[in-house]
Design a protein around this ligand. Sequence first.
Ligand code: OXD
Ligand code: MN
Length: 623
Amino acid sequence: MSCCCKALEKITNPELKAWVKEFAEHTTPEHIVVCDGSQEEFDRLAEGEVARGSWVKLDPVKRPGCYLVRSHESDVARVEKRTYICCKDKNNAGPTNNWMDPTEMRKIMWDLYAGCMKGRTLYVIPFSMGPIGSPLSKLGVELTDSPYVVCNMRIMTRMGDAALDLINKGAEYIKCYHSVGAPLEPGQKDVAWPCAPMEKKYITQFTDPGEEAIWSFGSGYGGNALLGKKCFALRIASVLARKEGWMAEHMLILKLTNPEGKSYYVTAAFPSACGKTNLAMMLPTLPGWKVETCGDDIAWMHVGKDGALHAINPENGFFGVAPGTSKISNPNALHACEKNTIFTNVVLTDDGDVWWEDMGVPAPAHGIDWKGNDCYASKDNPKKMVASPDGTGEPIKAAHPNSRFTAPAVQCPVIAKEWEDPEGVPVSAILFGGRRPSTIPLVNMAKDWAHGVYMGSAAGSEVTAAVISDQIGQVRRDPMAMLPFCGYNMADYFGHWLEMGKKIAADKLPKIFFVNWFRKDADGHFMWPGFGDNSRVLKWACEAIEGKAKTKDTPIGIMPTDDAIDLTGCETTPETLHELLTVDIEGWKKEVAGVKESWEKFGDRIPAELRAKLDEITAALNK
Ligand code: OXD
Ligand code: MN
């Protein structure tokens, strides 16, 4: 690398400049580029990847401005087992996080970073999580050697000159280090998707006060590499939020408008793969109701001057799971990715378009699967693809189950006009949920904030055969859907939730609900249609917010009476609804015992107020 002074001209913040120089000297890239966030820069990088045979440009008429990328087969998802929280006191990371001593981890990773960008370009990505200049936003700078990361960060964050301006003027920022960990020797040909083997991958958050930083090595994929998302906006932000008195949550934000024109803002936390993006962009089946989207994955929430809880979406785009996204499940997401979108690990069709399983359209006669192999429409099942040219044989997963679209949020046809409001939107309801085939009713409202915190701590999904076979039927607890994302001890996180309830004005406390769209009958069929029909549950929630809902008091919370959910035009029978709204006392005794057991690993760090809630519910169930 020659002198980097010219490349770093735009950086006038001496501290930032010194940091970039130090990292460049250590990682030894061939070039340094300070990203400006422009379309021209995106096009240049994307076309460079096309030219070297790594990305595919999609048909400019069918998918203008879109690209298809295939990752390495070993680098297809977030890797929780290689994700660490590093702080001096292991107890501050808590029993649900991988922990390592920060000094030890810095040594391991600094050694890995030595010379790791040889033959590559170091990109400096200044970015803002949240609208530029909002008092609720936070800045970061990611140093990376991946053009894929630059292009995705341009969609997912507010990236480039405007963020750099603020940092040059002295604004604080989080340092985010990233390398794919694949240096190139002189003359060595690059591979399509460079990355390091699993045992060298590290996704590390340093969380001690004043030391907050992200170091990532070896993976180029998703949350491992787009460091603004899970690493910053959840793990680091949750630590900052606790310190500064706000909340960083794994939640969608939606705006719901009733036929009278009154709007409500609702946030919802569900574990990954429970339909957050679908709910955020839902088309209600109830006439006159409207859902608009403020965010589909992350909410930062602060108590506003008015005493209400206000939420902003710190992201700028959607990193959505492709398979299952269809005209039925989420037509708005399909529209959002019609242009200017990066598709990762989906099927390439012969006419330069994309396809994935459960897209709601028949499989193409021929395509290239996510591994780069030919695949063909199945003769037996037009919704599937097979490896054999004659269309016979077992269906394959032609798109990877975790394949993604990265699409700008503004392209969502139902993006709410206030989604970038720098003050955020006032939240009147918070939903928790998960995939629970039994026991958990369709909807249940918390009696008070602490009860709602209890509900959040009990969130999770039942393990199915596809996950861990020796745990089938057990519930994997994923409190507030934050299990992989909370940057500190989860027992303290529950305590922080309780504290936040005391900061919000009593008459503005959001109501908290636990919902379950995934109940199954004895034959294993879903009992509730879900998708747009979830608006029926949201309608009841709005009535409850207004104090006008038909409710019944139960040992587990406040529930709708059998006639309280509007079933007009819905396929669900009153008998099924009755079942969905019945409290299974014996099942619930087991449920509460399961929650208690899930707390054991936290010892006496679980707040007394939360224990008291659990005791209260247990006593009510035993009455
Ligand atoms: C995501 C996740 O990718 O939660 O959003 O896993
Ligand atoms: Mn998520």
